[in-house]
Ligand binder design. Sequence first.
Ligand SMILES: NC(=O)c1ccc[n+]([C@@H]2O[C@H](COP(=O)([O-])OP(=O)(O)OC[C@H]3O[C@@H](n4cnc5c(N)ncnc54)[C@H](O)[C@@H]3O)[C@@H](O)[C@H]2O)c1
Length: 381
Amino acid sequence: MQNLFFNTFFKLLITFIYRSKKNHHVIFLFLWLIRYQKSMKQKILITGGTGYIGSHTVVELINEGFEPIVVDNLSNSSADVLDNIEKITGTKPVFEQFDLTDKAKLDAFFEKYTNIKAIIHFAASKAVGESVEKPLLYYRNNLVSLMNLIDCQLKYGVSNIVFSSSCTVYGQPDVLPVTEKTSRKDAESPYANTKRVNEDILHDAIHANPQLNGISLRYFNPIGAHPSALIGELPLGVPQNLVPFITQTAAGLRGELKVFGNDYDTPDGSAIRDYINVVDLAKAHVVAIKRMLNGQSKANYEIFNLGTGNGYSVLEIVKGFEKATGVKLNYKIVDRRAGDIEKIWADTTYANNELGWKAEATLEETLLSAWKWEKNLRNIL
Ligand SMILES: NC(=O)c1ccc[n+]([C@@H]2O[C@H](COP(=O)([O-])OP(=O)(O)OC[C@H]3O[C@@H](n4cnc5c(N)ncnc54)[C@H](O)[C@@H]3O)[C@@H](O)[C@H]2O)c1
């Protein structure tokens, strides 16, 4: 929006000066200098930038004056997202479609785009259940992608990287809430293990190459959509995450919502998670990038929990959605799902104090944003 406003204002000003014909050479030069300065924005490579969290982060980076360059193989997203990012921000991000496991293509990318200041690495396969069935796909995609990126960081002199980690690295913790110091447990799924091993790869690569800086952001459960309802979570096939399953059921795309397990050791028997609004999450990435670029990191490798600090059960989310939207959900309790843990929520004190960032949106606002996005997608009034 900021950029749309700037571009329109800029064009109007140019036309006005041209027509007034007074000292217009000097003024022209001045304005082009401003334009040039604007074009010297800091370039940030966003892998997986057409995906759910990536696209919201691209919007926030543009809003904050960065130049995101998006790379995605579109295995779990669509290039249409770029048009919607343009509708929101007035800027269509540069996009390159290729697979990060293809080292030759990644090299060609860094030859073409020089002076990249930082990378935010979202691209990964992310479905816990699928990873149990197809572990090799998960290990290959998630580990090779990061290793290729770090190789290129060293080769092309890109110091900074933010890595999308996950609370799944804590496994089922003994004590709740979890802080960044809570020890990681054995992973409950191949997906979770890729996050754990990727954190180790990043830690060890940075230890061996002190010119690198990294931040692992351990997301809890991102939900919701941009308030414009132009971007949001768009899973291919049956949703693996709760909220898109809820909104697709409410929209009539799914006959019933499956609630996986009601015999967990929780007050209502369903699993508990810490649900964080995706725009709040996206903003934390901008903070992390600025922290590294401004030399504010306290160590070459840092870890932050990104959550709200509140745990909600699956059934509480179902009821919360019904209350917020007035739409009744048809749901059925089924067996527990392989790879799911019982309960987790974050202690966000460290991230709040150290990053000066806090999740702001309420659960109700967030569920409403998810529903608005689904309705917009399905042309439901
Ligand atoms: N959504 C969640 O609940 C959640 C929770 C914790 C962590 N994370 C992590 O956050 C990151 C982003 O998640 P998301 O929900 O936005 O997922 P997403 O699937 O919407 O986005 C990931 C994007 O990466 C792309 N991609 C995958 N493999 C690629 C490859 N080899 N080369 C190029 N592009 C590739 C996909 O096409 C997709 O657009 C992932 O690393 C995920 O593991 C997500």
